[in-house]
Design a protein around this ligand. Structure first.
Ligand SMILES: [Zn+2]
Ligand SMILES: [Zn+2]
Length: 413
């Protein structure tokens, strides 16, 4: 089904890969193996995160379990290019996260969270070109689709299409308040408000006047109840406004963000806001988790000092402040609104963060959802190689610029 250019797809098809991914991710955060469904770039980010956590002497465990109540709450929005479709699939998961140093637990929380995975699959019956660069899912070597189908040059493993896709290219965690707890709290508050109004409304007339006691009590209960619930309503209304300011971090710029991103769509019709947000957080995570961001091909700057203490980053919202296209070079300046776990002075704190990030790409090549910097093809000699931390083709030594193929970070503050 297509609504205003956005495909709303049947969630059932994604249910199984989603369930598996949650299981694999839980295993990974429990000290286990890399999620098999994770794309190469997501694997890279997860590896960097584990290295960072370990280098700080910390141990992070994160157990994810499907909630008992909701089993069919996955919905999908899909965006696609010529070869792939990416579906944004969400569900509710119980997450228990504990962080500590060796046996010493410093932080533990259990929450019902929203876990969103970006699941990539082949578009319909599309057969991608055998020369498409792709990493070997077994040994990680840079290769091509055709080579992997014939057997990986390095480890010899042969793959069929169904083993290569679907893949999860990214995931996000969103926190929400416990609804049952909230409704209990509301009922308690309403009762308190009503009692606070009914008691004086009954007592005062009874003390002042000495006749028609029963009628006065009845009137007191009714008017007190009405005034109490009106006051409760005002309180809730005020809270909603206060909460809107808090939850809508970056929400006021949604329209201008969409307008600016739409400029890119004129050059590249397959570009989309969802894709860009996904890319921005993926790049941010890689830069922040890595020991030296400037060594990465996807980052042309240093990380701000305040990012050094971040051990986990999740995106809440993205604002695009400017988008300038000159020639085929597109420079976008963004603000990322994030929920991050910080390790500061021996303590773990969950913080709302704001970072500015400049991103650049050359628009001459359209969006490639299947692109991975772990397997790029040299523009000069055509060889496949892993570009995550190289600046030249290892075969013909032609300088390689990742921004010719994908978005890179040019500045962060
Ligand atoms: Zn291999
Ligand atoms: Zn080359």
């Amino acid at each position: 089904m297509e609504i205003m250019g956005v495909n709303i797809t049947d969630a059932v098809a994604h249910k199984e890969p989603y369930r598996k991914f949650v299981e694999q991710l839980s295993g990974w955060y429990g000290g286990g193996e890399m999620p098999e469904l994770a794309s190469q770039d997501l694997r890279f980010a997860l590896e960097l995160q584990r290295q960072k956590i370990n280098s700080l002497g910390l141990d992070m465990q994160c157990e994810l379990k499907k909630t008992a109540a909701n089993n069919s709450n996955t919905v999908g929005i899909t965006f696609s290019d010529r070869v792939f479709t990416n579906s944004i699939v969400s569900g509710n998961v119980n997450m228990t996260r504990s962080i500590g140093i060796k046996q010493d637990q410093m932080y533990k929380d259990t929450n019902e969270i929203g876990l969103t995975a970006v699941i990539q699959n082949l578009k319909g019956d599309t057969q991608p070109n055998p020369s498409m660069p792709l990493c070997c899912p077994h040994c990680g070597a840079a290769s091509t689709l055709g080579e992997l189908e014939d057997g990986c040059e390095y480890c010899g493993t042969k793959f069929v299409m169904s083993e290569l896709y679907p893949k999860v290219s990214n995931f996000f965690i969103t926190r929400h308040e416990d609804r049952a707890e909230k409704s209990k709290k509301n009922k308690r508050q309403l009762a308190t408000f009503m009692a606070a109004c009914i008691i004086p409304m009954v007592l005062i007339p009874c003390i002042v006047f000495h006749d028609q006691i029963i009628a006065r009590i009845a009137v007191g209960i009714i008017t007190g109840g009405i005034i109490g619930s009106i006051m409760f309503g005002f309180k809730k209304l005020f809270e909603t406004f206060a909460l809107m300011g808090k939850t809508a971090r970056g929400g006021s710029k949604t329209i201008s963000t969409l307008y600016r991103l739409n400029k890119i769509k004129k050059y590249d019709p397959e570009f989309s806001g969802e894709y860009f947000r996904d890319k921005a957080i993926a790049l941010f995570r890689m830069a922040v988790y890595s020991k030296d961001a400037s060594e990465l091909a996807c980052c042309k700057c240093l990380c701000p000092e305040k990012a050094a203490e971040i051990i986990e980053a999740d995106i809440y919202n993205l604002n695009v402040n400017s988008c300038e296209i000159s020639g085929d070079v597109c420079d976008v300046q963004t603000t990322l609104f994030l929920d991050c776990l910080h390790y500061r002075k021996g303590k773990i704190v969950l913080k709302c963060d704001k970072f500015c990030m400049s991103m650049r790409k050359r628009l001459k090549k359209p969006t490639e959802l299947g692109f991975s910097m772990r397997a790029v093809s040299c523009h000069s000699c055509g060889a496949s190689f892993d570009a995550h931390n190289v600046k030249d083709c290892p075969y013909c030594h032609t300088p390689y610029e990742l921004e010719d193929d994908d978005w890179v970070i040019t500045d962060m503050w």
